[in-house]
Design a protein around this ligand. Structure first.
Ligand code: ADP
Length: 320
């Protein structure tokens, strides 16, 4: 392989830059030319690209966001969009692509691989919702950001004997909410994987804790559940504690990546180029039991990851 492309797609995540850096440097080391594709699949359709060399990726390892920019490109879900992308790969001499993103991005990578452009996917998303991988790039940074934000909120909640209901990112995946919830000592955690009557569950937890003399409470709710404002009002009415809600929002997606995300991104970027240089495509590079491994994209997309019930139980038992 003489020339490869690299793109970042879907929601951005801290550590994507570190992955791009690893891809570019590994390829350069192997004598492979790298073309950076801007704004995900949109850039492939529009032929919006730039050449990258070892110096183009200097000073980005510590930066959040993505130097290649990202996009949600609906056109790439259609045959016409994919055909344009393939034609542009041929025009530019791109023989393989490293795709950094989430499940949707991997579907695009599979479509390209099946049509003769081998692609390797790298999981980059704060939500940790890639079932084939124990961790995704950006997840650890986001967890730490959430913890720091809620620690600050705790100071004021404690001073005023209030309850705060915090909405955390993660639509269908409660990993951020559950793990950050344990880290901040949340009295109640609500995640989409565990079906419950939300109001009843949260109010029961707060009442139980009130009996022990505690006067301030943190409730963590996953984005996919929503309704934090109504929940805060209900808590105030039922438990007699002044309650507020906060949606942490995009602050969770930014910032300098943690050590863990930088190292993971470097390992995954390195492995992705190794695979492409061996002529292997249609794979995702993931972390499983602390090892970097690769799976067929189709296999990876159809895997299931059950929620860690033991973690939920720990939160239930010790956050009182
Ligand atoms: P997010 O979950 O942050 O939206 P994804 O990594 O799932 O991120 O990326 C979604 C993007 O992947 C879409 O906006 C689109 O550009 C691209 N994509 C390419 N092919 C497909 C496909 N077959 N299905 C869904 N998304 C696709």
């Amino acid at each position: 392989m003489k020339t490869i492309g690299v793109l970042t797609s879907g929601g951005d995540a801290p550590g994507m830059n570190a992955a791009v850096r690893a891809v570019v440097r590994t390829a350069c080391e192997k004598g492979i030319k790298v073309i950076g594709i801007n704004r995900g699949y949109q850039g492939l359709i529009d032929c919006d690209v730039r050449d990258l060399d070892i110096r183009s990726v200097s000073d980005i390892i510590h930066r959040g966001g993505t130097m290649l920019y990202s996009a949600r490109c609906l056109a790439f879900k259609e045959e016409e969009g994919i055909k344009k992308g393939i034609a542009n790969c041929k025009k530019l001499g791109i023989e393989g692509i490293v795709v950094i993103g989430g499940d949707g991005s991997f579907r695009g990578a599979r479509d390209l691989s099946l049509r003769g452009i081998p692609c390797i996917g790298i999981p980059g998303t704060i939500d940790n919702d890639i079932v084939s991988s124990d961790y995704t790039i950006g997840y650890d940074t986001s967890l730490n950001t959430i913890m720091q934000m809620v620690d600050r909120i705790r100071d004021t909640v404690e001073s005023h004997s209030r309850c705060i209901v915090v909405e955390v990112m993660g639509n269908r995946c409660g990993d951020l909410t559950l793990n950050a919830g344990i880290a901040v000592g949340a009295t109640a955690i609500v995640i989409p994987e565990i079906q419950a009557d939300v109001e009843q569950h949260v109010i029961e937890r707060i009442r139980r804790t009130q009996k022990t003399g505690k006067k301030h409470f943190i409730v963590m709710v996953a984005e996919g559940i929503g309704g934090v404002d109504a929940l805060a009002k209900k808590i105030q009415a039922e438990c007699g504690v002044e309650s507020r809600s906060v949606v942490l929002g995009h602050v969770q997606r930014g910032g300098s990546p943690t050590v863990r995300d930088r190292v993971l991104a470097s390992q995954m970027g390195y492995r992705a180029v190794e695979l492409l240089s061996e002529g292997v495509g249609n794979k995702v590079v993931v972390v499983k039991d602390d090892k970097i491994v690769d799976y067929d994209i189709y296999e990876a997309l159809t895997m299931k990851k059950p929620v860690d019930i033991s973690l939920y139980q720990i939160a239930h038992d010790i956050s009182i």
